[in-house]
Design a protein around this ligand. Sequence first.
Ligand code: MF3
Ligand code: CO
Length: 249
Amino acid sequence: MISIKSNREIELMRHAGHINFLTHEELKKHIKPGITTGELDKIAHDFIIKNDCIPSCLGYEDYPKSICVSINDEVVHGIPGKRKIKNGDIVSIDFCVGYKGYHSDAARTYIVGDVSEEVRNLVENTRLAFYEGLTKVRAGAKIGDISHAIEEFAHHHGLSVVEELVGHGVGTSIHEEPDVPNYGKSGTGFTLKEGMTLAIEPMLNLGKKEVCMTDQDDWTIVTEDESPSAHYENTVLVTKDGYEILTGE
Ligand code: MF3
Ligand code: CO
């Protein structure tokens, strides 16, 4: 069942989304060589709590931290710890914020210092792939319209699309129906309705599309060929004529 949110629920999700956005803005100031991923986690955790919200990744399926920090060939779910950010890294930050039982989910990828032109393009085109998918969102459109738009944009820019991980509905749980894959056919899948809330999240690789679990923990997903990967995600409300980004400005 795909849930349709009432006006009251949408208000709560807007708030969860806004605090998510503000937390990303706070973190952005600190992403510099030398800071540890664990320090970033603490900054986000404290900021979310201070704003009377909940860091909803913490404890989700026993996930041990409040945010995911995935560097270079790490695709998603990197666990913060003692590792230091360094010049030349690309750093993806992904987390969920809960407010009165409703959740928002958003991710950004940052370039740290000197990064090659092709890796810069990976990061920028992953962000733009999200917006490409977004142009398809409105009541009456199909999930496959979003998926196809993202895939086509990625391939046009020589990037591969991670298939094992997908976007998703979001609301009273972090992960709800439907799946929102970053590949697929236009005109297929569920029909979007006013009041649905979706996490649209392209994960694109510079090399091959295949990913696997790292052997260091049971969370971090890495590219099989160790090529860099980028991630960009927002929680989006489907409206009659289009969309509203709940985790944006
Ligand atoms: N935004 C991530 C996802 O959709 C994080 C979920 S919470 C975590 O998978 F516990 F898995 F980190
Ligand atoms: Co997500």
